[in-house]
Every structure is written in structure tokens, then in C-alpha cells.
Design a protein around this ligand. Structure first.
Ligand code: ZN
Length: 510
């Protein structure tokens, strides 16, 4: 039997590439947290050089020679001789490395460097354009990035739509054909549910979240929740950034960021829990496999399932607040004196159509994703043009959510994704929402008294369960296979819809 150890000449090279990528990630983290604005252009060049180097190493003749010893280039599967086979980790490692290698091989190195540089620059221009509410300022960069991404899809090859080539990068196996029915099914039950909520006689007053809350104390509370979740500060940090994110250089150095607004208590709170969920995944990856696909997260949809599970299934649940609300009340005794837990629970679960995706409630969130899914498909397929985006965006927001953005900053310019070329990324957010409920339902079946534990502030059995079932496997299984192993089913909108109808049926007395 051949094993992971047999592949040492390969894993040594992969580790070196990973170290270059980790170094690039440190530079990106710094760019988003502490770098002075003036450093932008120089930083774009630094990151581009490292990404070009990592790419060159991955597609090197050396790597090709190594891989072709072990992988059948026609199928991408481990080549097995009669009487000699690979064990499962080795077979998965070869399958996934081949996937990365063959994809990278299709992209010329100068293209990779150009894409990296343009995305880095576009991201900085986008940030300024958003602040100034000036779409026209961002338009030339958006055109360039879109052109490069279309070119990338041509290099990669695809069936049916160039958008499929880009989707597959973030969510292996995802296509328009398999996502469309999921979105259609979601919409069919979400829209009537939202209508009922709008007509409900229960009107939630969430003004309690908008009193003045000391920012340092908000951060302190976020840190307390992260610690209870099992996020290890010996192997992580919490910093501030305009847009909360998680990045990892190694399972021993996984960093999360948050933002904090004096008059929006939910912002820092839920971004800490959300990013904490991502952070736990990265801290839970198997260190022995670091540098190889087995030490890497499996897909963005599964990654997002971890953040949404903690943020929504746990962080917006009654059991969680039975333990944490008294602590929050102590922290902000003036603002929360006399506010009952039920009132607070309703406030953090208030459903109303809003302009900003990241601040949307659990239900309307998916509508924000649907409209992005449609727009980016049309962009990549060249059915619409970047200059028409503000008008198209506003029309769709009105169609889906019944409101009209007063400005592009609160409309088409709100998300960073397109600026760094992440077309095909958005659907993974909805997949994450669906997976999160599927996983949490399964955890409730397998962990006795989970909800009692959560109500006692004991979050570690859940963390351990997720680590055992999901985190430690890295890319050993495909996303669909992993979901099948954990829950006995592939992704489906049903569990999420059942959960949503029950939870919001109670809150809004439908
Ligand atoms: Zn996330």
C-alpha cells in the first residue's frame, strides 16, 4: 500500500509553494489592516511577484514529472498498478493536487501576474470609489478585471457558460445548472414567508441595538464570545478592518478581523462570531497535512457554512442568549437595563428588506445573493455591460427587495468581490447558509443535549464535533461527498426553509 509518506517528494514541493502563498497572505492581511494608503501600489507589486512565483513553481516541469509518475493524466485519478494501491489520503492528495496543477497549467504565468496586479489595484480604487460614491471612478478597473476573468474562463475551459469555469474555482462541482434549481426552490418559499412577515401584526422594534455602545467594550465582548467558541488566541488575533475577514497562514496563525460602530451593536458582535466560525475551521485543519490540499479547506461554501452556523444557528438562537445576555447586560447595563431577553432576541432577528448584504437578516440575505448571481452570470457571459451596472443593480434591488438604493455606495459599489475578480464567489454564501442548517441539525442529533449545553455557555462540544466531522478532513473529500458523509445528503434548500419557517413563524406569530 502506498501512503501519504510515499508522496514526500511531492509534498515537499507543495509545502514550499504554500509558504510563498502564506507570505502573500500576510501582505494582504497587512494591506487590509495596518498598511498606510500610500503603500498600495508597491504592495500590489509585492503580492503579484509572490503569486507569480507560487504559480511558476506549481506548473514547473519538475512538478509535472513527479505528478505524471502517480496520476493518470487523462482522468486525474491516482494511477494504480495491479497488486499495489494508494490509501485514501494519498489518493485524495493526488486527485486534488492534480486539480490545482492542471488548472494552473492552463494559465500563462504572465497572465497570473497581470491578474493579481490588476485585482490588487482595482480593490484599492473600489475602496476610494465607494467612499466617494463614484461608480465612474471604478468603472475602468472593473472593465479590466472583467476582461481578465473572461480570459481566465477561456484558458480554463468550460461547458455551457464561462461563468461555470469561475464558479468551480470557489465551489468544486458547482454549475449554473445545479445551482439554479436550488435558488428557484429557495425563492418559492422565501418570498411568501417574507410577505407574511411584512403583514404580521408583530412589529419588531430593534432600536435597542442602536443606542450608544462603547467601542472598546464591544470588542471585549466579541473577544469573550470568540474565546467561549474555542477560538484560540495563542494561534490567532482579532484586529479591525473596514470589512471583516479571516485569513490563515498556518493552523497556528489564523487571524480574524471585525469592525465596530458605536450605534450598531450587532455589527461587531455578529462579525466576530461569523469570522470566528471561519477561524475555527482554519485552526481545525490537520497540521500534519499543512501545505497540501489535505491541509486546506474544501470549498468556500463549506467555509461559509461554518461561519453561518455559528453566527445564525448558534449566535441568533435563544439558548445562546440565555447564557450570554446577562453578561451583555452587565457589560452595557445602562443601555440594556429593563430590556428583556425576548425583546433582545427579537431585535437581533428582525427581518426587513435592507440595502446592504452584510447587514441583511437571515432571510433577505439570500435575495441579495440571488440578484448578484444573476448579474455576474450576465456580466461574464457578456450579456450586460459594466457601465450599465448601477441601473441594473437598482432595478433588481427594487424587484427583489422592494427598495431602491439612494446611492451607488449603498448599491452596486457595496461589495469588494468584483474588484478583486471574485466572479462566482457570491453563490457560495447561499450554499453556506444551506449547509449550515444541515450540519447544525445533524449536530443536534449527534450531540446529546446540545441546546442545553449552548444555554450553559458550553460551546466546545459543538466545536469538537465540527472539527471531527468537517475541519480536520481538509480536501480529503469533495464538498458533495463531505456533506453526504456528515449528513447523509447533499446540499438542499429544505432544511434551511424548514428552519426559517419555524423560527420566524414563532417570532412573527405567523
Ligand atoms: Zn464568511
Amino acid at each position: 500500500m502506498k501512503t501519504f509518506a510515499t508522496l514526500e517528494p511531492l509534498t515537499t514541493r507543495l509545502l514550499e509553494i504554500q509558504r510563498i502563498n502564506s507570505a502573500a497572505s500576510v501582505l494582504s492581511w497587512d494591506q487590509e489592516t495596518y498598511m498606510p494608503v500610500g503603500g498600495g501600489e508597491a504592495r500590489a507589486e509585492q503580492i503579484a511577484v509572490l503569486q507569480g512565483l507560487a504559480h511558476e513553481k506549481l506548473v514547473s516541469p519538475d512538478m509535472q514529472t513527479l505528478l505524471s509518475q502517480w496520476v493518470d493524466p487523462a482522468t486525474g485519478q491516482a494511477a494504480e498498478q495491479p497488486g499495489d494501491s494508494w490509501d485514501e489520503p494519498a489518493r485524495s492528495l493526488l486527485r486534488e493536487t492534480w486539480r490545482d496543477f492542471s488548472r494552473a497549467k492552463k494559465l500563462p504565468s504572465d497572465f497570473v501576474v497581470a491578474l493579481s496586479r490588476e485585482c490588487s489595484l482595482a480593490q484599492q480604487v473600489w475602496a476610494e470609489a465607494r467612499t466617494k460614491n463614484k461608480f465612474s471612478m471604478f468603472l475602468p478597473n472593473l472593465r479590466t478585471v472583467l476582461r481578465l476573468k473572461r480570459e481566465e474562463a477561456q484558458y480554463l475551459g468550460y461547458q455551457d457558460s464561462p461563468y461555470n469555469a469561475l464558479l468551480d474555482v470557489y465551489e468544486p462541482g458547482a454549475t449554473i445548472a445545479n445551482l439554479q434549481p436550488v435558488f428557484t426552490a429557495l425563492k418559492a418559499r422565501l418570498v411568501p414567508l417574507l410577505k407574511k412577515i411584512a403583514q404580521s401584526r408583530v412589529k419588531i422594534d430593534d432600536s435597542v441595538l442602536h443606542h450608544s455602545y462603547d467601542q472598546a467594550r464591544q470588542l471585549e465582548f466579541g473577544r469573550l464570545v470568540l474565546t467561549a467558541m474555542g477560538y484560540d488566541f495563542e494561534r490567532g488575533r482579532l484586529d479591525l478592518s473596514a470589512h471583516p475577514f479571516t485569513t490563515s497562514f498556518h493552523p497556528t496563525d489564523v487571524r480574524v478581523t471585525t469592525r465596530v460602530h458605536e450605534h450598531e451593536l450587532q455589527s461587531c458582535l455578529f462579525s466576530c462570531i461569523h469570522e470566528g466560525g471561519h477561524g475555527l475551521y482554519d485552526q481545525g485543519l490537520d497540521q500534519r497535512y499543512f501545505g497540501t490540499p489535505l491541509g486546506d479547506s474544501v470549498s468556500l461554501g463549506i467555509h461559509e457554512s461554518q461561519s453561518r452556523l455559528w453566527e445564525n444557528c448558534v449566535g441568533r438562537s435563544q439558548p445562546f442568549w440565555r447564557f450570554f445576555y446577562p453578561i451583555l447586560q452587565q457589560t452595557f447595563h445602562e443601555q440594556l437595563r429593563g430590556v428583556e431577553i425576548d425583546q433582545f432576541y427579537a431585535a437581533i432577528n428582525c427581518v426587513k428588506p435592507s440595502l446592504i448584504r452584510v447587514e441583511a437578516d437571515e432571510l433577505t440575505y439570500n435575495l441579495h445573493i440571488m440578484l448578484r448571481f444573476e448579474i455576474e452570470q450576465d456580466l461574464v457571459e457578456d450579456k450586460i455591460q459594466p457601465e450599465d451596472l448601477p441601473a441594473i443593480w437598482n432595478q433588481k434591488v427594487e424587484d427583489y427587495l422592494g427598495i431602491v438604493p439612494p446611492s451607488d455606495a449603498d448599491g452596486v459599489l457595496q461589495d469588494v468581490h468584483w474588484s478583486f475578480g471574485a466572479f462566482g464567489y457570491f453563490p457560495t454564501y447561499t450554499l453556506g447558509n444551506l449547509y449550515s442548517v444541515q450540519f447544525f441539525e445533524q449536530a443536534k442529533l449527534e450531540i446529546p443535549n446540545l441546546e442545553h449545553e449552548i444555554a450553559a455557555g458550553q460551546l466546545l462540544s459543538l466545536r469538537r464535533w465540527l472539527e471531527q466531522k468537517i475541519h480536520r478532513w481538509g480536501r480529503m473529500f469533495t464538498p458533495a461527498h463531505l456533506a453526504q458523509r456528515v449528513t447523509g445528503a447533499t446540499v438542499s434548500p429544505e432544511p434551511f426553509l424548514n428552519y426559517a419557517e419555524k423560527k420566524y413563524g414563532e417570532i412573527y406569530q405567523l
